[in-house]
Ligand binder design. Structure first.
Ligand code: IPM
Ligand code: MN
Length: 344
């Protein structure tokens, strides 16, 4: 029997609930596809930090990197100062494990209401390929004169040729595979240095993909067009912050933040899968959290570990349930149970 070693970080807020739903669905798929998941749970997040002051130790990192994949629920807690968990856990994992691709597919499933409905009820199917290790997320910057009128705060956007080349290459591969247009999104009219580097890599890498058609939009125009003409977009490649913003915008177009999953990947290496939503402490424990983002992330995880048929089975189950049941009427657990049942 095929065995896979999976690390699970339920995390904070609704993280544990949606993760439980995803594991329920994964169990059903593993049975149906005849493979086994060996799950190790890691107690990382707010509770651990409040108890011990630790966010992510070298030892945690070492142990996590010994698995094939990591499934993460959500991090963030009002009792912890902003940034501590986000930067110390989530962004650190992305950077230390060199998870340079943040893949964020957004597809409007039949039976799900877009915030554009009824104006827009046609297929929306966009994949954002977000650079996941650099840009404004690099952590560099400076603060001088704090608390005075002379305060100066700078945040540096770091963009290296090697990182831009690899993310652009990943995006071309995906566009070629899907036979779709690749749109670069940036702000080349203002951020000419970073935008210029992305543009150069689009041209250079593009020489190896003569059959992939390409387009370019500035980030502001991309936001407008995604709302007014979402069908113009198929595969989008962009930097870290623009990708963060666009993926939330797209979530609104395909049902809401609870409907989208994501993969933080270094293809062929340990990678991390998490819903796009945050920890939503206001609804934690109420059963209102939508487990679909976590379940779709779990499907991406299966694809990453070579269980393509299981990934499709799980995506099919989500679609089947969404098509016939008003998901908003179900609790987290009820939705996950129905999806798990629909995998067989
Ligand atoms: C996301 C989140 C994170 C990000 C935060 C929590 C640091 O918004 O995964 O989209 O900005 O990447
Ligand atoms: Mn985000």
């Amino acid at each position: 029997m095929r065995r896979h070693s999976l690390a699970v970080i339920p995390g904070d807020g609704i993280g544990p609930e949606v993760t439980e739903g995803a594991l329920m669905a994964l169990d059903a798929v593993a049975d149906a596809e005849d493979f086994a998941l060996e799950v190790t749970s890691y107690d990382l997040g707010a509770e651990r930090y409040l108890r011990s002051g630790e966010v992510l130790t070298d030892d945690d990192l070492q142990r996590l990197s010994d698995h094939e994949a990591i499934l993460l629920g959500a991090v963030g807690d009002p009792r912890v100062p902003p940034g501590v968990l986000e930067k110390g856990l989530l962004l650190k994992l992305r950077r230390e494990l060199d998870l340079y691709v943040n893949l964020r597919p957004a597809r409007l499933m039949s039976g799900v209401t877009s915030s554009l409905s009824p104006v827009y009820s046609e297929d929306i199917d966009v994949v954002v390929v977000r650079e996941n290790t650099e840009g404004l997320y690099c952590g560099r910057g400076e603060l001088t004169g704090q608390g005075t009128e002379e305060e100066v705060a700078t945040e540096v956007s770091l963009n290296t040729a090697a990182s831009v080349r690899r993310i652009v290459t990943y995006a071309y591969e995906l566009a070629a595979e899907r036979n779709e247009t690749l749109t670069m999104v940036h702000k080349t009219n203002v951020l000419e240095r970073a935008g210029g580097l992305y543009g150069r890599m689009m041209r250079e890498v593009g020489e190896n993909y003569p059959n992939v058609s390409t387009a370019y939009q500035h980030i502001d125009a991309a936001c407008l067009l995604m709302v007014t003409q979402p069908k113009r977009f198929q595969v989008v490649v962009t930097d870290n912050l623009f990708g963060d913003i666009l993926s939330d915008l797209l979530a609104g177009l395909v049902g809401g933040i609870g409907y989208v999953g994501s993969a933080n990947m270094n293809p062929g290496k340990v990678s991390m899968f998490e819903p796009v939503h945050g920890s939503a402490p206001d609804i934690a424990g109420t059963g209102l959290a939508n487990p679909i983002g976590a379940i779709l992330s779990a499907a991406m995880m299966l694809r990453h570990i070579g269980e393509e048929s299981g990934a499709r089975r799980l995506e099919g189950a989500v679609e089947a349930v969404a098509a016939k049941i008003e998901l908003e009427q179900l609790s987290t657990r009820e939705a996950a149970e129905l999806i798990a049942e629909a995998t067989t």
